[in-house]
Design a protein around this ligand. Structure first.
Ligand SMILES: Nc1nc2c(ncn2[C@@H]2O[C@H](COP(=O)(O)OP(=O)(O)OP(=O)(O)O)[C@@H](O)[C@H]2O)c(=O)[nH]1
Ligand SMILES: [Mg+2]
Ligand SMILES: [Zn+2]
Length: 353
């Protein structure tokens, strides 16, 4: 696997760079451990303490990043010098810390959310995934997997389409290999995509199915083969058609100031809200509101109702905060970039006496 197979050309078409020979792409990350691929080899990436000191958390290398590196002589290792500009990043708020944002992966074109038919479906969680992608113009696709075990896929699809009418939805079975061709059709050479979704939904199984559809060409960055075990790190695979896929561990919480219980309640009420007369019902004063009706009929308690409204508000605020945060980050990066350019220019100028 080489850098030019890993979406590098596409990246160059979006971001202008002068020294491509010193660039690598991060293929896996595990807190203190990075692997990366250069134009001709795979190396272990090292982040030095000085780098940590001079950079904020968001600038630590993530899977999908293109980085400048400096090779360590006679070793399969390299120091990571700088993370190059990202054309997109998937990020979520960190549990407990209000304005901390954790970046999951970067330079992503499409996010696939995998939902296992044997698992409960959580519409608020889906909404959070979609918000994450939308705020950075990443395309989203929902994959309903494990269709071999039951017939609920159509009902699930209908429910989801009512809330997200434009969402692209696929039905697959990684086990009996149905829907894999349709999935493949959405995967373009040089594109980088990520598979997200609850643990056990079948993300890794689907990636295995995609990999083995042209077995002889299968290349994987992973050295230990394709295990069935639960995924513990984000990791990049190259499909036979040239698409780059990132597998990831199931995310339990996208935002943790909302407890499991309230999420579940939010789901129930979200379903109920499908019966509201207006799609943009505020559930407070709008006419024909199914939720207010349910409160009046004692179907749900006043407490539950207020919790639901609060959750909505929290969620809306967090969306605002996230996009604000991203805007500020971009501004900061641009500033640092032009400062570095000015400096480089100055040192190059002939000195006059
Ligand atoms: N019946 C059936 N089982 C499946 C299908 N896809 C995956 N499985 C099974 O579901 C279990 C979980 O699959 P994984 O691919 O490991 O799930 P994952 O989403 O990668 O899970 P994490 O790595 O923990 O996030 C495994 O036992 C798979 O064999 C499917 O389409 N049908
Ligand atoms: Mg997995
Ligand atoms: Zn309503």
């Amino acid at each position: 696997m080489k850098l030019f197979e890993l979406g590098f050309q596409k990246y160059l078409s979006k971001v202008r760079l002068d020294t491509p020979e010193l660039i690598a792409r991060i293929t896996s990350e595990n807190k203190t451990d990075w692997t990366m691929v250069t134009t001709n080899e795979q190396l272990r990436g090292i982040v030095m303490n000085t780098y940590r000191k001079n950079n904020s958390i968001e600038n630590l290398p993530k899977v999908g990043d293109f980085v400048l590196y400096e090779k360590i002589d006679n070793e399969k290792k390299a120091k990571i010098i700088r993370v190059l500009p990202r054309f997109s990043s998937l990020s979520r708020r960190l549990p407990g810390q209000n304005d901390q944002v954790q970046i999951l992966a970067t330079n992503i074109d499409t996010m696939f959310v995998i939902s296992g038919l044997d698992q409960d479906f959580n519409i608020s969680q889906l909404r959070r995934y979609l918000t994450m992608a939308q705020s950075d113009k990443i395309k989203s696709v929902l994959v309903i997997n494990k269709t071999d075990i039951g017939s609920g896929a159509d009902t699930r699809e209908r429910l989801i389409l009512k809330q997200f009418p434009k969402l692209k939805i696929l039905h697959t079975s990684a086990k009996i290999k149905t829907g894999i061709d349709e999935l493949y059709r959405l995967l373009k050479p040089q594109d980088t995509v990520i598979f997200l979704g609850s643990s056990g939904a079948g993300k890794s199984s689907l990636i295995n199915a995609l990999l083995s559809s042209e077995k002889q060409n299968t290349k994987s960055v992973r050295e230990d083969g394709k295990g069935r075990h639960t995924t513990t790190r984000r990791e990049m695979f190259l499909l036979p058609n040239g698409t780059i896929v990132i597998d990831s561990p199931g995310i339990r919480t996208l935002e943790v100031d909302t407890s499991e219980h309230s999420l579940q309640l939010d789901d129930e009420l979200s379903e109920l809200s499908l019966n509201c007369r207006f799609r943009d019902c505020d559930h407070i004063k709008s006419e024909g509101c199914a939720i207010i009706e349910a409160v009046e009929n004692n179907q749900i308690s006043k407490d539950q109702y207020h919790n639901f409204l609060k959750l909505r508000r929290d969620w809306e605020r967090s969306v605002e905060r996230t996009s604000l945060f991203k805007k500020e980050q971009t501004k900061k990066r641009m500033k640092a970039h032009s400062k570095a350019l000015r400096k480089a220019y100055k040192t190059r100028k002939p000195t006059k006496k």
